[in-house]
Design a protein around this ligand. Structure first.
Ligand code: SF4
Length: 944
């Protein structure tokens, strides 16, 4: 009898379309199999540079994201009280006319009275540009509550960053340290890379209070106490310095290690670099026994010692300051072990392992290259120690300096963009800090002089008023949070309610679930959104919200603009925003509508948010959005993607530019550009020349290639900043120097946290509370199978987990007399939740944890009213305050304003059994559609 044959090649549909996944931020290529215009199957695109055919559970479940009952179907206008979730459906004409009236009136009155904030969208190249045209400074996306510490820490140090903008050298790394990474924005590439490392026998060390996600396959798990990663990094640095296991040659060639710093306490230039008359940094040349240009080659710069300059002032090289600080016994393994929860011997061993791999197992690739001084090298030498870090180290009030500490550690090992180490992805590296500053002033046409988000170079760039108080609604770029380069979405609702620094007329949000899982202080946030003045008007007068799904935030909108699903839209995953490059190629991608007639067939009347935004801009006559006769300049977002030029020849997409599509990077708009992308699987990529793949910060071929592509203005080397003069400028201002100084109330804070070398301090919540009262840290982890709230409403993904538990170490459970499935009260200084607990050995004993974003409000997301997500699921957000325990500042990093989600301190106590988690909020009104079973494919069978 012959064996039955399973035909794996049998088509499951009648056509396949290629686009980009949006089930998380990773942007994998997908093949969408369709039958009769409906999705039958989603697989990874094997040719795609991001995932090479790999697809995760989330990506496969994209079918149910499209067919989710929670989709919004029609514009909605509030008819009940705000928060009651009562709307009437309206036509788009009415919705757009109303939104345009509100936005137009607000712009005429004062553009800053529009607060325009977006969540996890991938179109910030458009939304930031639109806000600039509108003229509001009050714009940002979600980076301030995500991982801006990683971005800012990296960009002010390396000119690039972890996140999805850099990657370990998967082909050559022998040792990888993952810091605070569970799942990531760079999900499938990391999984592919980890597979390569495991296959080669490289060692993977996961540093995280919880062993989840990628940590599960690590060779060693270091269960660190939350918020102490910087201290651990300093102890490693201490050991490396003590053992003289430092790559001084690398430091002098590529960093500012040898640059001289004035040592003149009390003077206006104390801590600034010593420069010549043309502003070029100087070093101490041991050959000529005097100052020399730091950028010179063939000199012998000093890296330690104190030197007297011609005018009698003293100066020391940056490395001298580093050695002075981190050789201090405060940073010895013995000194930090208890606070970090890591045995001192383990710290010493990890330092030895790092040094052994970096220096005794150094590698060399036979690739000739030329540096920016014109020196030719026959090989590329590398230190095969790689690092990657993410939100676990970032979401603390000390996260910026922790990120800088990790970069310092990498640089001392000579392990940035060398074979085997961390590698930049184009368009990085960029100058430090990047040139673009935030927009501040409006021209006669009402347009801001630059997009609202940019990089601060010194106190003069801050957005503060004459008294030094914040100008922005979120207080970003103020003395309180000077380098808040992604804005601070987490402060917006409170400040809009309080009218601080001034009232807003319209709050316009896109894809930001600000009343629930994106909120700190959830209860108050709901109150702020609904609170009224004495005259009966809402304190936040108008709220426009756009989303594809009926999240908890919809109930708080006055006007709801329904977005499409990701399979129905055009999108540009742009090099101007967050592209899909890897370390060997620049790449970008699109989404395009792969479903024909889906809206008509499904009775939905929705529009892509980006097209709606362009439409609204034209309706209110924003200069760049209308022709001379006042008609719209762009038909829709697809048209904008193709025709808009940010600078001559530079548009949202870099592929197939020029009128005939023959150019890459820069070139005139090509009317067939989107067609070419679609023909090419939805993406474009350009290989970096072989001689340009490492040492990108000083590689002539790379920098010329990068400039040719339009990524950087000039092919000049990027000197990596161990010591940050930008930070020192703020410290000097706080100490009374310079024309722009902080108000007295902020001087001490700025002077403390603007240290030009990385520092560690106790996260604010722990520092301001008694450890006896709140002995535990509490953190959430992103599940591998869900991406925030989107995934936890997806019918297929819900089958993996529809609720969460509070996980605690068995020893912690025993001490607190708690058994599996017991109910526990979890108290913070801010609030209480009551939830079910489970023991787990994968957590550091002084930490409790749970999955994030699974808990849902009853009635939201069209889930059944008794859905486990709302009866047994919960959020840690209810415990997290939006301000510090003292109430003096946002619960955030003092440098960047990054939300300090993981500073949370709690105590636990066994509780009586409950029927449902607490707190519970009133169920949102609406259809209880999901009481009916949701069966994918039942209707498709009929169409066979
Ligand atoms: S990793 Fe993210 S983008 Fe890639 S397939 Fe999974 S959900 Fe989609």
């Amino acid at each position: 009898m012959s064996e039955p044959v399973l035909d794996l090649q049998k088509p499951v549909g009648d056509e396949v379309k290629q686009t980009t996944c949006y089930m998380c931020a990773c942007r994998c290529g997908i093949n969408v199999h369709l039958k009769g215009g409906q999705v039958r199957y989603i697989e990874g695109n094997p040719s795609h540079p991001v995932n090479r055919g790999v697809l995760c559970a989330k990506g496969s479940a994209g079918i149910m994201q499209h067919y989710s009952p929670a989709r919004l179907n029609k514009p909605l206008l509030r008819v009940g009280e705000r928060g009651a979730n009562q709307f009437r459906e309206i036509e788009w004409d009415e919705a757009l006319a109303l939104a345009a009236t509100w936005l137009g009136e607000t712009r005429a009155r004062d553009p800053d009275r529009l607060a325009f904030f977006t969540g996890r969208d991938q179109s910030q190249a458009l939304t930031g540009w639109w806000a600039q045209q509108y003229g509001t400074i009050n714009y940002a996306a979600h980076g301030g509550f995500c991982s801006v510490n990683m971005a800012a820490g990296g960009l002010y140090t390396l000119g690039g960053s972890f996140w999805e903008f850099g990657e370990p050298d998967w082909e050559h790394a022998k040792y990888l340290m993952l810091w605070g990474v569970a799942e990531d924005h760079d999900s499938n590439p990391i999984k592919l890379g980890l597979g390569k490392l495991k296959g080669r026998g490289a060692k993977i060390v996961a540093v995280n209070p919880v062993r989840s996600g990628y940590g599960a396959i690590a060779d060693e798990w270091i269960g660190i106490r939350p918020g102490t990663d910087g201290l651990f990094a300093f102890a490693l640095i201490h050991e490396l310095l003590k053992a003289d296991r430092i790559d001084l040659d690398y430091l002098v060639r590529y960093t500012n290690a040898h640059w001289l710093v004035f040592r003149s306490p009390g003077s206006a230039d104390d801590g600034m670099f010593v420069r010549d008359g043309e502003g070029r940094a100087l070093c101490w040349n041991r050959d000529s026994v005097g100052p020399g240009l730091a950028e010179s080659i063939n000199i012998s710069p000093a890296v330690v010692g104190e030197y007297v300059l011609v005018d009698g002032r003293k100066a020391v090289p940056v490395f001298h300051l580093i050695a002075e600080r981190y050789l201090d016994e405060h940073y010895s393994p013995d000194a930090v072990a208890e606070r970090c929860g890591i045995p001192a011997d383990t710290i010493r061993r990890i330092a030895r392992e790092l040094a052994d791999v970096a220096f005794d197992q150094a590698i060399s690739l036979p690739i000739a290259w030329t540096d920016t001084h014109g020196r030719e090298h026959t090989e590329m030498r590398g230190r095969p120690v790689a690092m990657h870090a993410m939100r676990g180290i970032s979401a603390h009030s000390n996260g910026f300096h922790t990120c800088r500490a990790l970069h310092l550690l990498q640089l001392l090992l000579g392990a940035v963009d060398t074979p085997g180490s961390f590698r930049y992805q184009p368009p990085f590296p960029r100058p430090i800090p990047p040139a673009n500053r935030p927009g501040k002033t409006r021209g006669a046409d009402g347009k801001l002089d630059a997009p609202p988000l940019g990089f601060i170079h010194g106190p003069e760039d801050l957005l503060v008023d004459a008294q030094g108080q914040p100008r922005r609604l979120d207080h970003a770029y103020s003395w309180r949070y000077p380098l808040a380069v992604h804005g601070m979405l987490h402060t917006v609702i409170r400040n809009a309610w309080a009218g601080d620094p001034k009232p807003v007329d319209v709050l316009f949000l896109f894809m930001a679930n600000m009343s629930w899982n994106s909120a700190m202080n959830t209860t108050e946030t709901m109150r702020w959104l609904t609170d009224k003045r004495e005259d009966g008007e809402y304190r936040i007068p108008k709220i426009i919200y756009s989303d594809a799904y009926s999240s908890e935030m919809v109930a708080y909108a006055d006007l709801v603009l329904p977005d499409t699903t990701y399979l129905e839209r055009f999108d540009a995953i742009s090099l101007l925003d967050r592209p899909i490059s890897d370390a060997d190629c620049a790449a970008d991608a699109i989404r395009h509508p792969v479903l024909d007639q889906a809206m008509q067939r499904e009775g939905r009347d929705v529009r892509g948010f980006q097209s709606v935004l362009l439409d609204l801009g034209a309706r209110i006559g924003l200069p760049a959005l209308v022709q001379a006769d006042g008609s719209p300049k762009f038909r829709d977002y697809a048209d904008y993607i193709v025709r808009h030029e940010r600078a001559p020849g530079v548009g949202l997409l870099a592929g197939w530019r020029g009128e005939d599509g023959s150019l890459s990077g820069k070139g005139a708009p090509n009317p067939d550009q989107l067609k070419r992308y679609i023909e090419h699987g939805g993406f474009w990529h350009a290989q970096i020349p072989a001689s340009a793949r490492y040492y990108k910060m000083a590689n002539r071929d790379y920098l010329q290639w990068s400039a040719g592509m339009g990524f950087i203005a000039k092919a000049e080397p990027v000197v990596l900043q161990l010591y940050s003069e930008t930070l020192q400028k703020f410290r000097l201002a706080a100490l009374g120097h310079g024309p722009v100084q902080p108000p007295d109330s902020e001087r001490e804070r700025v002077a403390t946290y603007f240290d030009p070398l990385p520092i560690w301090y106790e996260p604010f919540e722990g520092a301001q509370l008694s450890i006896d009262q709140f002995p535990l840290s509490a953190v959430s982890q992103r599940p591998p199978f869900m991406y925030h709230a989107w995934g936890s409403q997806n019918a297929w993904l819900r089958q993996i987990s529809a609720r969460n538990y509070l996980y605690l170490h068995p020893e912690t459970a025993r001490k607190n007399n708690i058994a599996d499935f017991d109910w526990v009260h979890v108290d913070s200084h801010h609030g209480r939740i009551t939830v079910q607990a489970k023991t787990a050995g994968n957590v550091q004993p002084d930490t409790v944890w749970t999955w994030n974003a699974i808990g849902k409000r009853r009635g939201a997301w069209k889930l059944a009213k008794d859905a486990p997500e709302s009866s047994k699921g919960f959020l840690l957000n209810h415990l997290i305050s939006d301000v510090t325990p003292r109430g003096d500042y946002a619960n955030a990093d003092p440098v960047t304003g990054q939300a300090a989600w993981f500073d949370l301190r709690v105590r636990i106590q066994r509780a009586e059994d409950m029927d449902a988690t607490a707190p519970q909020f009133a169920a949102l009104a609406g259809d209880d559609l999901a009481n009916a079973p949701l069966r994918y494919g039942a209707s498709l069978r009929e169409s066979k």
